[in-house]
Design a protein around this ligand. Structure first.
Ligand code: ADP
Ligand code: MG
Length: 279
């Protein structure tokens, strides 16, 4: 083995051990054990979307779940995000077994702990950005004036303080996704789940949205990103791969292979002449 290769191997191992240790020490915030999900299409047709999946999400990590279309990514995200009950297996939030909770009880935990961002934004049409973002606070029982104040603050945080009264169809795709991020953040969740959040966006908006996810993670929020795209997944610290309803790989992204969305955004803006290179 040549020296350079040896050094690289040792660096990668040190990096792996460091992160692994960090993750080991991080509390488990979401966990599924041997989860199965069967969709009944008709009397005699079933789809086994998850076939025995176990996964632990640790506090403060940025995790990507990757797999081809139809592999079970969204189903897994809906299960760890408490949006849907599994057919078999257990679901935990922290130490709490939530497997047998009712949809109402799950909604209460979800509203407090988890923010969601979807590929198709899922904003209410003919409703202003401010009211879209304030909506989760209605369910949380927050008063009207407090709702507006906090929704405005969340929109300012994603750079849309000047667009409070715009309806979704008056905003670009990237701006709509930023409204969706503000809506996910407004309840101050400790966990954010994104299902193909850049799937409908142009490159520039994609980098912007990934920049937000990386920044939120640096601020201590646990991030789970579902994607079919390896380049998107490489913004995470850890990649879990799912195939045909089973986890087939779970790996740490070496620090020197991890992508930095803000740097990519800058490079992209320079390449299209929208940003000058500073010497
Ligand atoms: P992915 O997000 O990786 O594309 P999904 O979790 O959406 O995969 O789907 C996994 C499998 O379950 C697919 O075969 C899909 O057709 C099926 N499926 C997903 N949701 C439903 C549903 N609500 N009803 C019936 N089948 C579904
Ligand atoms: Mg999906």
């Amino acid at each position: 083995m040549n020296l350079l290769h040896k050094q690289r191997t040792e660096d990668a191992l040190a990096n792996f051990e460091h992160l692994d240790e960090q993750l080991q020490h991080g509390e488990v915030v979401l966990e599924v054990n041997n989860v199965e999900k069967v969709y009944e299409i008709s009397d005699d047709v079933e789809v086994h979307a998850l076939r025995g999946v176990s996964l632990q999400v640790r506090r403060g990590e940025m995790l990507a779940i990757i797999g081809q279309s139809g592999s079970g990514k969204s189903t897994l995200m809906h299960t760890i995000g408490l949006l849907d009950n599994p057919t078999a297996g257990e679901v935990f939030v922290g130490d709490t077994d939530v497997t047998d909770m009712t949809q109402n009880e799950l909604a209460r935990i979800r509203n407090r702990e988890i923010g969601f961002v979807f590929q198709s934004f899922n904003l209410l049409a003919r409703t202003t950005a401010l009211d879209n973002v304030a909506l989760p606070l209605v369910y949380a029982g927050v008063s009207g004036s407090e709702r507006s104040r906090r929704a405005q603050e969340a929109l300012e945080r994603v750079g849309l303080g000047e667009r409070l009264d715009h309806a979704p169809n008056q905003l670009s795709g990237g701006q709509q996704q930023r409204v969706a991020i503000a809506r996910a953040l407004v309840t101050e969740p400790r966990i954010i789940l994104g299902d193909e959040p850049t799937g409908n966006l142009d490159r520039r908006s994609g980098f912007e949205i990934l920049t937000f996810f990386q920044e939120l993670n640096e601020q201590g929020i646990t991030v789970v990103l579902v994607t079919h795209d390896l380049r998107v997944a490489q913004h995470a610290q850890r990649i879990v791969e799912i195939s045909d309803g089973l986890i087939v790989d779970d790996r740490i992204v070496p620090e020197d292979e991890r992508l930095d969305a803000y740097a990519e955004l800058e490079d992209y803006l320079i390449s299209i002449g929208e940003l000058e290179v500073l010497q």
